[in-house]
Design a protein around this ligand. Structure first.
Ligand code: PRP
Length: 191
C-alpha cells in the first residue's frame, strides 16, 4: 500500500503534534466545560463528526479534549468511489443527539470545495444549535469559500488529492498513519 504513495506531505509526528495543539486551543475556548460536573451547570459540547473520513482525526483529537462532551454523527458523500472531484454533496445519514441550544463543534478531515461543511452547518443551524464552530484537519486554502467559517485548521495544503489518516481514494488508504499523495499510475483515469 505504501508503494502507491508519491509523497508524504504530513508525517505521523507532525499530525500528532498539531492535533495536540488543536486540542489545547479548542479546550481553551470551552474551558468552562473542562471539568466534568454532576450539578448540571456545565452543559458541555456536542462534537459532530462527518463520516467517514474524520474518524481517525476525531479519535485522536478527543483524547486531547478534557471537556464534557457527547457525539453526533453525520454521513456525507461528495467523492463517491474513485471520484477525485466533488460530485455534489449528499447527506446520507444523520444520527444526532438533541442539539437545540447546545454548543456544537463540527469535526471534519478536509475542507475542499466547502460543500460538505456548508450543508452540515446549515443542518445544525436549522436544528437549533448554538455557537456552531468547526475544526478541520486540512484546508485547501486556495479553494476555501468565504461563506464557510472554520475556526480551527490543522494544516493548509495545496490543491492535491490526498489520502491517509482517514482520507480515502475509492475506499482505500484511510489506515495510512500519514497524509500523502498518490502516484499518478494509481489515480489512472480518475476524475
Ligand atoms: C470528503 C472529506 C470531506 C469532504 C470535503 O468526504 O472527508 O468531508 O469530502 O470536500 P468538500 O469540501 O469539497 O465538500 P467524502 O465525500 O469523500 O466522504 P468520506 O468522508 O466518506 O471519504
Amino acid at each position: 500500500m505504501h508503494d502507491d504513495i508519491a509523497e508524504v506531505l504530513i508525517s505521523t509526528e507532525m499530525l500528532q503534534a498539531r492535533v495536540a495543539e488543536l486540542g489545547a486551543c479548542i479546550t481553551e475556548h470551552y474551558r468552562d466545560a473542562a471539568e466534568q460536573t454532576t450539578d448540571g451547570k456545565h452543559e458541555g459540547v456536542t462534537l459532530i463528526t462527518i463520516l467517514s473520513g474524520s474518524i481517525v482525526f476525531l479519535s485522536d483529537l478527543i483524547r486531547h479534549l478534557p471537556i464534557r462532551m457527547n457525539l453526533g454523527l453525520i454521513t456525507v458523500s461528495s467523492y463517491p468511489g474513485p471520484a477525485i472531484t466533488s460530485q455534489g454533496t449528499r447527506v446520507e445519514d444523520v444520527s444526532l443527539p438533541d442539539v437545540r441550544n447546545r454548543r456544537v463543534l463540527i469535526v471534519d478531515d478536509i475542507l475542499d470545495t466547502g460543500g460538505t461543511l456548508r450543508a452540515v452547518q446549515k443542518l445544525l443551524g436549522e436544528a437549533g444549535a448554538a455557537d456552531v464552530r468547526t475544526v478541520v484537519l486540512l484546508r485547501k486554502q486556495s479553494k476555501a469559500p468565504a461563506d464557510v467559517p472554520v475556526e480551527y485548521v490543522g494544516f493548509d495544503v495545496d490543491d492535491h488529492f490526498v489520502v491517509g489518516y482517514g482520507l480515502d481514494y475509492d475506499g482505500h488508504y484511510r489506515n495510512l498513519p500519514f497524509i500523502g499523495t498518490l502516484k499518478p499510475s494509481v489515480l489512472g483515469e480518475a476524475k
